[in-house]
Design a protein around this ligand. Structure first.
Ligand code: ATP
Ligand code: SF4
Ligand code: MG
Length: 397
C-alpha cells in the first residue's frame, strides 16, 4: 500500500514511458503496477444546504488478485467512494478531487513505443477521475465491474434477467444473440441459479432476493472483469443466503484471479475474506493495513469498537452484544478535531480540537489516525481462542 499520507500518482521515472498516439498521451505503467491506485481522493456534493464532503483525502491501492475490504458504519462514505472509483458520480453538482488510476490492459498499435519498443502486455494508466463517459465505457464491465448495494433498484424490472446479462455481452464483446444467450445461461449456472434456462426468461420480481443478487453478480462477471467492486452485496439477505453469496464471490475471485473491493459495515464479513482492510469513519480512512494487523494489532479505538460490536460464534447464547454509543457524525457538521471524539472513551481535550492524520506503524502498510492509540501488540495471536478474544472467530491467512 502506498503511504496514505503521501499521495503519489507519479509513475517511477525509470519505469515510465510516454507514447504519442494522435493527440492523446499514453502513460505506460511498470508490469507490477497496482491494478487500482487511489490518491488523495475527495468527493464533494454541492447541495442547497452547503457543500457536503462525503469522502476526504482517501488513498490506497488494490493489487492484482487481492481482496480489499472497505469497512465502516452507515454514512461513513463507502458507497460514495465506490461510485467515485467507478467514475459514476454525476458530472454536475459533484466535484471529485485527487487521482484514481486504473491499470488498463492496452492493445498495442504500431507507433506506440517506449524508446522505440512496445512493451509486452503493456498496461496504461487510465485516469478515472477525469475520464469522459465514452472512455469510461471502455473499462466499465470489461475491466472493472460493480455489484450494487440494492439489486432490486439496479436490475431493470421490466426486462427479463437473461436479456440483462446477454445485453452486455452483445454490446461489449460483440457476441451474436445465440452466443450471448448461451454464455448468459452458463453464467447463471456458475452463480448457482437452479434451472438456469427457465430463470433466463424470468423477470426480477419473480426471483428471491438471493437470486437477484446472484443475477447481479452474473452481470458483473459477464465480461471477465479484472476488478470487482461489491458494495454491501448481502444487504437485506438472511444470514444463510449472505454466507452463500459471500462464499460464491470468494470462489469466483479465486477461480478467475480477480481483484475484489468488498464494501461492508460488518468486520466479521471481511475477517476471513480479505487480504487488507480500509476502515472508514466520517468520510475518512482512520485505519488501514493487512487483515491480520487490523484485527490483531489495531491501534484506532473506532476499529476496536467495531470489532467489539461484531457477533462471535464463541459468545454464549445470552451474552449482550456491545454497541458503539452515540451516532455516526453528520457529514455537514463534522467536529473540528477527531470525528470519533464524541463517542470515544479514550478522548482527551486535544481530540476535540485537532484532527489526527494517518501515521505509520512498524508494520508495512499499517496506518492509523489517533492521538491516543491503543498499545501496539508485538506478537499477533494466532490461535482460534486468542482471535475470538479480540473480536473474531478466525482471520484469513
Ligand atoms: N448525492 C448526495 N448528495 C449529498 N450528500 C450525499 C449524497 N450521496 C451521499 N451523501 C452523503 O454522503 C454520506 C456518505 O453516504 P454513503 O452512502 O457513502 O454511506 P455508506 O457508508 O455507504 O452508508 P451505508 O452503510 O448506509 O450504505 C452520507 O452522509 C450521505 O448522506
Ligand atoms: S483521536 Fe482521540 S477521540 Fe479520536 S479515536 Fe483517538 S483517542 Fe479517540
Ligand atoms: Mg452504502
Amino acid at each position: 500500500m502506498s503511504d496514505p499520507q503521501t499521495p503519489n500518482n507519479q509513475i517511477p521515472e525509470e519505469n515510465a514511458g510516454m507514447a504519442a498516439r494522435g493527440s492523446n498521451k499514453i502513460t505506460f505503467l511498470p508490469p507490477d503496477a497496482p491494478l487500482l491506485r487511489v490518491d488523495n481522493v475527495s468527493t464533494t456534493f454541492h447541495t442547497p444546504r452547503g457543500d457536503v464532503r462525503a469522502v476526504s483525502n482517501i488513498s490506497f491501492e488494490v493489487r492484482s488478485n487481492e481482496v480489499v475490504g472497505i469497512v465502516g458504519e452507515s454514512g461513513s462514505g463507502k458507497t460514495v467512494l465506490s461510485r467515485t472509483l467507478m467514475g459514476l458520480q454525476p458530472r454536475h453538482g459533484v466535484t471529485v478531487d485527487g487521482s484514481i488510476t486504473f491499470a488498463k490492459r492496452y492493445v498495442a498499435e504500431r507507433g506506440d513505443a517506449i524508446d522505440g519498443q512496445v512493451p509486452e502486455n503493456p498496461l496504461v494508466g487510465f485516469e478515472v477521475a477525469r475520464a469522459k463517459e465514452s472512455d469510461l465505457r471502455t473499462v466499465w464491465g470489461v475491466e472493472v465491474a460493480m455489484v450494487f448495494q440494492d439489486p432490486m433498484t439496479s436490475l431493470n424490472p421490466v426486462q427479463r434477467v437473461g436479456n440483462q446479462i446477454s445485453e452486455g455481452l452483445r454490446v461489449r464483446q460483440g457476441m451474436s444473440k445465440a452466443d450471448a444467450k448461451k454464455r448468459a445461461i452458463e453464467l447463471l449456472t456458475q452463480v448457482g441459479i437452479p434451472s438456469p434456462e427457465e430463470r433466463y426468461r424470468a423477470y426480477p420480481n419473480q426471483l428471491s432476493g438471493g437470486m437477484r443478487q446472484r443475477v447481479m453478480i452474473a452481470i458483473a462477471l459477464a465480461c471477465n472483469p479484472r476488478l470487482l467492486l461489491a458494495d454491501e452485496p448481502t444487504t437485506g439477505l438472511d444470514v444463510t443466503i449472505q454466507a452463500q453469496i459471500l462464499n460464491l464471490l470468494e470462489d469466483l475471485q479465486r477461480r478467475y484471479h480477480m481483484s475484489v473491493l468488498l464494501v461492508t459495515h460488518d468486520l466479521g464479513v471481511v475477517a476471513t475474506r480479505t487480504d487488507r482492510i480500509v476502515v472508514m469513519y466520517g468520510g475518512r480512512v482512520v485505519e488501514c493495513g493487512n487483515t491480520r494487523d487490523v484485527f490483531y494489532g489495531h491501534r484506532m479505538p473506532y476499529t476496536e469498537a467495531l470489532l467489539k460490536s461484531t457477533p462471535k460464534i464463541s459468545n454464549s447464547s445470552h451474552s449482550r452484544l456491545q454497541t458503539i454509543p452515540g451516532r455516526p457524525p453528520d457529514i455537514l457538521n463534522l467536529p473540528p478535531g477527531c470525528s470519533f471524539a464524541p463517542r470515544c472513551s479514550y478522548a482527551t481535550e486535544k481530540c476535540h480540537q485537532e484532527r489526527p492524520e494517518l501515521e505509520a506503524t512498524e508494520n508495512e502498510g499499517h496506518f492509523f489516525a489517533c492521538w491516543n492509540p491503543l498499545p501496539a501488540r508485538k506478537t499477533p495471536p494466532a490461535t482460534r481462542s486468542d482471535a475470538s478474544e479480540i473480536g473474531v472467530d478466525s482471520v484469513r491467512d
